[in-house]
Design a protein around this ligand. Structure first.
Ligand code: COA
Length: 260
């Protein structure tokens, strides 16, 4: 698939995906969502890619939301289909990816942009970042998982306030809320996510994918997260990575994980 709306760079185990529509503040149109889906699917299948980072091109925006021009004339049914399909192919898809995904929020992360960042496994932000779910100001509500993931991350009261006021919070407030883990000057964003990715890459890719599955189970209806933890914990014992990790510790050497 030819990529027109995103750029992917792959170096030393880290794939960085840039959403690249800077003239539209990287707004997520249908084509961009499809390209992200295809690219993430391929990245997950590539054993050389150990960490994925999603960020925005330019210095102004991560993603300023779903592309309003594409859905302004939609009917109720078309609206529901837009949300259902988007959740399935991008937002839930990212959350359940086996490869860790970090959002590097480099500017505005609004509406679908903040929802995209919240679907990633964790988030870091530059000092100039601004975040919010402004959908009620457009007469609609967040449809890409925002009403569910925002309260999970910041608590129900703060999520209610952010969604009802449609306001933006700055990066330091987002950090105080637990929405982002780190805030750094924009010039340091690249180095920061690379350092975090390097730390992740020292560990077993299989164990990391099992940890993602077990942590996500805590937020799934009708799923007992403790049972998922027991199962995935047990599955780790059948891997070469587990043998390597425990042997390396006992032999006082650095583990060389193969992800098998
Ligand atoms: N959908 C479609 N186009 C968007 C967009 C979106 N979500 N966000 C920004 N754009 C476009 C603007 O229409 C403009 O295009 P134009 O130059 O062809 O007119 C371009 O991106 C630049 O945006 P602009 O509004 O001129 O920049 P600004 O610096 O004045 O304001 C924002 C920045 C982020 C405050 C403002 O663009 C905004 O409020 N965007 C919409 C945010 C939103 O409601 N998102 C939720 C969608 S569900």
């Amino acid at each position: 698939m030819a990529l027109e709306n995103i750029i992917i760079e792959h170096e030393k185990g880290i794939a960085t995906i840039f959403i690249n529509r800077p003239e539209k503040l990287n707004a997520l149109n249908k084509a961009t969502i499809q390209e992200l889906h295809e690219t993430l699917k391929l990245a997950e299948q590539n054993p050389e890619i150990k960490v994925i980072v999603i960020t925005g091109s330019g210095e102004k925006a991560f993603v300023a939301g779903a592309d309003i021009s594409e859905f302004a004339h939609f009917s109720d049914e078309e609206g529901a289909t837009l949300a259902r399909k988007g959740q399935e192919i991008l937002f839930n898809f990212i959350e359940n990816l086996k490869t860790p995904v970090i959002a590097a929020i480099n500017g505005f992360a609004l509406g679908g942009g903040l929802e995209l960042a919240m679907a990633c496994h964790f988030r870091i932000a530059s000092e100039n970042a601004k975040m919010g779910l402004p959908e009620t100001s457009l007469g609609v509500i967040p449809g890409y998982g925002g009403t569910q993931r925002l309260p999970q991350l910041v608590g129900k009261g703060r999520a209610m306030e952010m969604i009802m006021t449609a306001g933006m919070i700055d990066a330091q407030t987002a950090k105080a809320y637990g929405l982002v883990n780190h805030v750094v000057p924009q010039a340091d964003l690249f180095a920061t996510y690379n350092q975090l990715a390097d730390k992740i890459m020292r560990n077993s890719p299989i164990a990391i994918s099992k940890a993602i599955e077990a942590i996500n189970a805590n937020f799934k209806d009708g799923v007992n997260g403790f049972d998922v933890e027991i199962r995935t914990f047990g599955e780790c014992f059948a891997t070469d990575d587990f043998k390597e990790g425990t042997n390396a510790f006992l032999e006082k050497r650095k583990a060389e994980f193969k992800g098998q």
